[in-house]
Design a protein around this ligand. Structure first.
Ligand code: SAH
Ligand code: SF4
Ligand code: F3S
Length: 460
């Protein structure tokens, strides 16, 4: 019987073939969607490097092109099909090019059918849960198979996959995979499976290594981090995990996303406040300000319950920062429903929002709901919401004037001679400085506020 090889064995077999070629094998990985998917993309890059490939950003001249896709909204899917069409011309010139499609779209039946039917030049398709199968699939392709599809659901991604991290100072660390919530508009539970938590000791050891190698920001990731640990026997919940990570030696800031409001209460806020490494910020996706719509979305909280968490945090730290996600134009969202969303935004004074026009995802419950609201009306609502948020940010950012913020410097600012970074509250801070500061913490005395950032001067 054919014995399954280990992932290391598959990688070294593929590396043997790749190093035997007369020219280097270049590979390009394009990730779309959320940070969890980008983190998967970093793992794919890590495996490619181990197999002897050279990474490039240009798909046109790569030997292996990988589209690590997102399925959350229709336009995300359209973009990928557009890019597949674009790369086809290059494959015609270079028939040896290997094209892979992975990520969330690869778990959708209609996508796999469409690839089979109209995108026959795609060589490898594998789902997010088959990430660690990639070396095996690539080896099969390199040794002559034509088309390789592995869209099976697997339990848990293996531990220990090396990540080729995109940043040398900011690291994302998935703590769990999948989602059990089935919000009626959302495709994620269908493409990422049920919630599976990584063991706390694996997470701790990864963060310890990152801190020891000088990483300054640790972003803990999950579709709903507050249900972390419910499937584990250890009894460590998300606040417990935060405490453990906070104790790890090193100068770094802890961030995390996303928190589901149904599970984010006083205990979480108390823990964020107690953990000195945790940014005083919570991304708390509300989706809508109308209880009626929240119920139709199956979100399992009311605005009153949501506001309790906000008010509690601000009763202890008045400057505590909140950001959110909002969906505009959920099926039959009335004018009153929409007005309630605007009212909520004014009440919370979010520092930033990520807003999306509702996109129908077939297979979800909301896709079956009647919707009489026109696209024009949805766009009009979106414009109004964005204008309101600009006003709110400009006004609320003023609360930081006169304060000194500790900022992790990200990169160059928009204006010549400036740099930007983020404060613990996740606020963009712009100041005069040069690139040598990138990746370090600086203290900035805040002197002004714009609608997208606060501005200031570095002090010693
Ligand atoms: N797990 C995270 C969200 C992941 S998806 C959470 O629950 O907060 C990120 C955001 O995309 C969601 O918060 C929602 O605002 C948006 N989104 C998801 N499905 C969508 C759809 N069908 N149409 C428009 N926006 C959607
Ligand atoms: Fe989607 Fe809801 Fe799960 Fe977030 S919590 S991923 S919005 S189903
Ligand atoms: Fe998109 Fe998948 Fe993330 S659908 S938002 S890439 S989990």
């Amino acid at each position: 019987m054919n014995q399954e090889k280990t992932i290391e064995e598959y990688m070294s077999a593929a590396a043997g073939i790749i190093s035997g070629r007369n020219k280097p094998m270049t590979a390009c990985v394009h990730s779309y969607g959320c940070q969890l998917n980008f983190s998967d993309g970093e793992k794919i890059k890590g495996m490619l490097l181990k197999m002897g490939c050279v990474l490039t950003d240009k798909p046109e001249d790569a030997g292996i092109v990988i589209f690590n896709t997102c399925a959350v909204r229709e336009n995300a899917e359209d973009r990928v099909f557009g890019n597949l069409g674009y790369i086809k011309h290059y494959k015609e010139k270079n028939p040896e090019m290997i094209i892979c499609l992975c990520g969330c779209m690869a778990s959708l039946e209609h996508v796999v059918e469409k690839i089979n039917r109209s995108y026959k030049y795609v060589d490898i398709v594998f789902s997010s849960s088959a990430l660690d199968k990639f070396p095996k699939l690539l080896l099969e392709k390199l040794t002559g198979e034509k088309h390789i599809f592995d869209t099976n659901e697997y339990d848990m991604p293996v531990e220990g996959l090396e990540q080729a991290r995109d940043s040398r100072f900011k690291a994302s660390v998935p703590i769990m995979f999948g989602c059990n919530n089935f919000c009626t508009y959302c495709i994620v539970p269908y493409v990422r499976g049920r919630e599976r938590s990584r063991r706390p000791e694996d997470i701790i050891s990864e963060v310890k290594n990152l801190a020891a190698s000088g990483y300054k920001e640790i972003m803990l990731l999950g579709q709903n981090v507050n249900s972390y640990g419910r499937d584990l026997p250890d009894g460590v919940d998300f606040p417990g995990l935060l405490e453990l990570i906070n104790e790890i030696e090193g100068d770094f800031i802890i961030r995390f996303m996303s928190s589901h409001p149904k599970d984010a209460g006083k205990k979480l806020i108390d823990t964020i406040i107690r953990c000195e490494k945790a940014g005083k910020h919570l991304h708390l996706p509300v989706q809508s300000g109308s209880n009626d719509i929240l119920e139709k979305m199956n979100r399992k909280y009311t605005i009153e319950k949501y506001m309790e968490t906000i008010d509690y945090a601000r009763s202890i730290i008045p400057d505590f920062s909140f950001t959110t996600d909002i969906i505009v134009g959920f099926p039959n969202e009335s004018d009153e429903d929409f007005e309630q969303t605007l009212e909520l935004m004014k009440a919370v004074k979010y520092d930033n929002i990520y807003s999306f026009i509702y996109s129908k995802r077939s297979g979800t419950k909301a896709a079956e709901m009647e919707d009489r609201i026109s696209d024009e009306e949805k766009s009009r609502r979106m414009t109004k919401l964005l204008a309101l948020q600009r006003e709110i940010s400009t006004e609320s950012y003023k609360r930081f004037i006169g304060r000194t913020m500790r900022v992790l410097v990200d990169g160059k600012g928009k204006r010549e001679g400036t740099m930007t970074g983020k404060s613990g509250e996740f606020i963009i801070v712009e100041f005069e400085g040069d690139e040598s500061l990138e990746g370090s913490f600086v203290n900035v005395k805040i002197t002004g506020a714009k609608n997208w950032a606060v501005t200031g001067k570095i002090i010693n």
